[in-house]
Write a protein that binds this ligand. Structure first.
Ligand SMILES: [Zn+2]
Ligand SMILES: [Zn+2]
Length: 345
């Protein structure tokens, strides 16, 4: 079968790789209908996750049809249309029983290489899904493939970050970073009752896009914190969602925050350590949270919000390309010239 693999730093290739098979009785194999390229795939693309084996498929945002299930899979059968989490969790360990799926002892991420469990990625014609009952998300007819692609990561990550920002109705919420996850965080903050959402980015086009869905755009340059204070009567934002994953944006988030605000960071930091303005957090009594989205526990909510027409992730799709064009698609996405890029299989 064909799959997208990392050929070199900043270069992917579409190669013939071995077909996935049912390996454990709780596995499923799905036939892909489409995949999407995520900001975190760029860490793989830029070589920040280390070298990958020659025929190791990358990617982790997928929608497809169940082709085969192992004998212990209960909730899914061949022919069902599904999305799925970007990681698999066993569903049975102590952490999973507490519904803290990201802390599963056997967690494996799709498409990030050996450091994250070595599970083959989903930018491919087929993918093996471990612990299918916990990993897959059934898609009702009212949810399109393009909407379904967002449930297993981008949208649910935004929702998770916004939920952990302690938003109360009427608050002013700042979203730092208006890439796809940031745009979705703007929408989620509105669902959580934000009176105003201030959206910050350096790219004017992204700010315009956030403005279209009702956010107040603010250029994230050196004066950004000053501008946010001016918009909030000197207070700052009551809650901040950081959707980039860099030292600059994390510390900007701390500088934007009003006293007693929560800063919720969902951007993926490629490096394990960055300096943080802890003095600012202390002086302002801030709560700072960071975390990988607990998809298995949150996706039921985002699925219902999409189904009910409250969230519209599909409007972020700017490019639809065949899987074979993955090299061009990655190059385009890496130049930040695209919103969400979908690879049709
Ligand atoms: Zn993703
Ligand atoms: Zn577990």
């Amino acid at each position: 079968m064909k799959a997208v693999t990392l050929a070199a730093v900043d270069e992917v290739a579409v190669r013939d790789v071995p077909e996935p098979r049912i390996d454990q009785p709780t596995d499923a194999v799905i036939r892909l209908r489409a995949g999407a390229i995520c900001g975190s795939d760029l860490h793989v693309y830029h070589g920040q996750m280390g070298a990958m084996e020659k025929d190791y498929p990358i990617g982790h945002e997928y929608v497809g049809v169940v082709e085969e299930v192992g004998p212990l899979v209960r909730g899914f059968r061949p022919g069902m249309r599904v999305g799925g989490s970007f990681f698999s969790a066993c569903g049975e360990c102590d952490a999973c029983r507490r519904r803290q799926f990201t802390q599963c002892q056997e967690i494996q991420l799709f498409g990030f290489g050996a450091r994250f469990g070595g599970l083959a990625g989903s930018q491919a014609e087929r993918v093996r899904i471990p612990h299918a009952d916990h990993t897959l998300i059934a898609l009702p007819d009212e949810i399109s493939d393009e909407q379904g692609l967002f449930l297993g990561d981008a949208l649910t990550t935004a929702y998770f970050g916004v939920r952990r920002a302690d938003i109360e109705p009427g608050m002013t919420v700042a979203v730092v970073g208006c890439g796809p996850v940031g745009q979705l965080a703007v929408e989620c903050a509105q669902v959580f009752g934000a009176a105003r959402v201030i959206a910050l980015d350096l790219v004017p086009q992204r700010l315009a896009q956030a403005e279209e869905i009702g956010a107040m755009p603010v250029l994230a340059d050196g004066d950004a914190a000053k501008r946010v204070r001016a918009l909030t009567g000197g207070r700052g934002a009551d809650a901040v969602v950081e959707a980039v994953g860099s030292e600059a944006t994390l510390n900007l988030s701390l500088r934007l925050a009003a006293g007693f605000a929560t800063v919720s960071a969902i951007g993926v930091f490629p490096q394990p350590s960055v300096p943080i303005l802890i003095g600012r957090a202390f002086d302002r009594d801030l709560t700072v949270r960071a975390g990988m989205a607990n998809i298995q526990a949150e996706a039921a909510a985002t699925r219902e919000l999409v189904r009910a027409g409250r969230l519209h992730p599909e409007r972020l799709v700017t490019h639809r390309m065949p899987l074979e064009d993955a090299p061009q698609a990655y190059a385009l996405f890496a130049r930040r010239e695209a919103g969400k890029v979908i690879l049709n299989v």
